[in-house]
Design a protein around this ligand. Structure first.
Ligand SMILES: Cc1cc2nc3c(=O)[nH]c(=O)nc-3n(C[C@H](O)[C@H](O)[C@H](O)COP(=O)(O)O)c2cc1C
Length: 194
């Protein structure tokens, strides 16, 4: 198993960051994060998540009007912001992703509600894998759901079958401005054996 330092890095001491140190996040950094997170499991290996990495000032300007006021400044300041979406037509790639059972894709092709449900569930999981992968490679992240989905879809996914799920700033966080950490539910509050 991982040692304590690794467990601290990805979960126990990892924080959601709102301020960023002046260190860039390169194309290569983002590719390394993707190439690690892509191995996380999804139902029937459907891999519905799609990512747009917003880094240029022009792309940040496209994103800005969609952000809630509390998410605006930190996102404009972040070295990179992932728009994490999910493709409701993920089944178009299942010949490649799930080649031993081509009929699986047709189940979703013929049932848009099931495709939405599975796409959202598995795309969200992949977003979580993305956050853990980024942390395990030494980056900090700050996820956000405070934004206008319609505006983000229009700005980044127009003409596609991809829908925005959540946003995630990526960089090297400034620990000096973190809030005190909030508690989590204890095992007995959140779990039971059956
Ligand atoms: C999917 C998701 C959406 C979130 N949305 C926002 C948001 O819109 N704005 C914000 O300031 N924080 C947002 N957060 C941050 C959470 O409030 C934060 O992760 C939580 O309080 C735990 O903080 P910690 O990681 O520092 O312990 C979001 C986190 C997640 C995972």
């Amino acid at each position: 198993m991982l040692d304590d330092a690794a467990l601290d890095l990805i979960l126990r001491k990892a924080r959601t960051h709102n301020a960023w140190r002046d260190r860039p996040v390169t194309d290569d950094d983002i590719r390394r994060i993707y190439d690690l997170m892509k191995w996380g499991p999804t139902s029937a290996n459907m891999c519905p998540a799609r990512f747009v990495f917003v880094r240029s000032p022009e792309a940040k300007e496209k994103l800005a009007p969609a952000l809630s006021s509390g998410n605006l400044d930190k996102t404009m300041a972040a070295p990179a912001t992932a728009v994490i979406g999910y493709d409701v037509r993920f089944f178009e790639r299942m010949d490649y992703l799930f080649p031993h059972n081509a009929a699986m894709g047709d189940i979703f092709r013929n049932d848009p509600a099931a495709a939405e449900d599975a796409g959202f569930r598995n795309g969200t999981l992949q977003g979580a894998y993305f956050m853990i992968a980024a942390r395990s490679l030494g980056f900090d992240i700050g996820a956000m759901s405070g934004f206008d989905k319609g505006r983000v879809d229009a700005a980044f996914f127009a003409g596609t079958s991809v829908k925005a799920n959540f946003l995630c700033n990526i960089g090297h966080g400034d620990e000096s401005v973190l809030f005190e950490r909030h508690p989590r539910l204890d095992f007995d509050d959140a779990c039971r054996f059956a």
